[in-house]
Ligand binder design. Sequence first.
Ligand code: UD1
Ligand code: CA
Length: 470
Amino acid sequence: MAAFPVDVVVMAAGKGTRMKSAKPKVLHRLGGRALAQHVIDTAAGVSARSVVVITGHGAEAVEAGLCEPAGVALKYVRQEPQLGTGHAVQQALPVLADDGVTLVLSGDVPLTQAATLQALLDLSAGERLALLTLDLADPSGYGRIVRGGGKDGGGEVLAIVEQKDATPEQRAITEIYSGIMAVPTRLLRAWLARLDNQNAQGEYYLTDVVRFAVADGAVVLAHRIADAVQVAGVNSPVQLAELERAYQRRVAQALMEQGVRLADPARLDVRGSLVCGPDVEIDVNCVFEGQVTLGEGVRIGPNCVIANARIEAGATLQAFTHIQGEKAGVTVGPRAEIGPFARLRPGAVLGAEVHIGNFVEVKNSTLAAGAKANHLAYLGDADVGERVNYGAGSITANYDGANKHRTVIEADVHVGSNCVLVAPVTIGAGGTVGAGSTISKNTEPGALSVARGKQVSVANWRRPAKKKPA
Ligand code: UD1
Ligand code: CA
């Protein structure tokens, strides 16, 4: 905990015209999370007391689309109409307490690191105005940091001048304001009361607080960083894609530092959280969504899509395996072998050493240790016992057109190829179902059950011949 309370204000009222999308800009996703959610979650990383999101364009959608991080109070304030960044922060003043420092962030700047914000807060020390700044080879469009006492980079900060208000000399300044500041709330309140919109854009500029601070003899400090990605905003699909790559590089780097072996860090997409044990190997073009855990020694082949799943130690997922855990989740037991081309849907719970092969779909079913379904099969709403062998082309008919029913296949059953098990039905332990059977009645343990047309063979059968033209 810092020595002073921190309240975060996230500006998210702007329209985002350049996204050319009906969806509010700050709800566009990066790494599977809304842009503004990244910002809110980073606020939690500096132990903020509250986060106040300022909404305007698409306010209802934005408010419905974000969630409160643990330990931080999330509040919303509307800004109607949008008269500038200073006007935006003014809307938050009624819910900000004077004992704290306000950290101003933008909902469209997703990759700022908590450590950077903490350094800025430390610089403010609860009583000074601290600005996050950066040198850019091309500073156009940004507010410039005007310093006194000699050369660029030399003296104390005097003002932030917006591009449109800047003189040619000021436009040559390469140090820009990132849009992020930490400011003692009681000072912010007094300074915002003095804002006007007498400038090139007719807007209320938050950046004018710097002039007021200087006029009041208050200390203004800049925390100057070098990593542009941390303050990069998203204004267009191109920038969104660039930051998505930057985010994925960061995730890949962190995984490799933990010991995960990635075949190619540039061909990994994590859209959620991926937790890996030791000695995990991930081949190219895999996508991880939601919450995914990979146990020790797990190997993931190329082109797998894995969402909301727990893969236990020593399991192997071969190429093109698709796991969609959704809410119920999917569990793959230790040393299981899945794929290639397997599909595991919500509620698939596979025990140790289970084998699921190509074009096999499993939904809302448990498979006990050692069960196998190696080719072209469907198991839905089934409980499959240990060591069951489930033949190619067999399916559970779990849906009668109105309701779903369960199929129970007890331990050591052998289901032949191309069988239909019409649920509800139980195949008794150790039983055998002959190939091509349609089973709608329970079978006894140990029984052989065959339910198909008897074979008829006609000796010396002559096939019809084509008529000769007359
Ligand atoms: C602002 C800064 C500029 C800085 C730049 C960094 C001001 C006056 N200028 O520029 O010095 O270099 O950020 O990116 O602050 N927003 C609202 N309500 C409004 C206006 C904006 O919520 O009335 C939100 C936007 O949705 C956005 C953020 O504030 O998330 C910043 O607005 P934007 O227009 O991108 O910033 P600039 O004014 O261009
Ligand atoms: Ca603007």
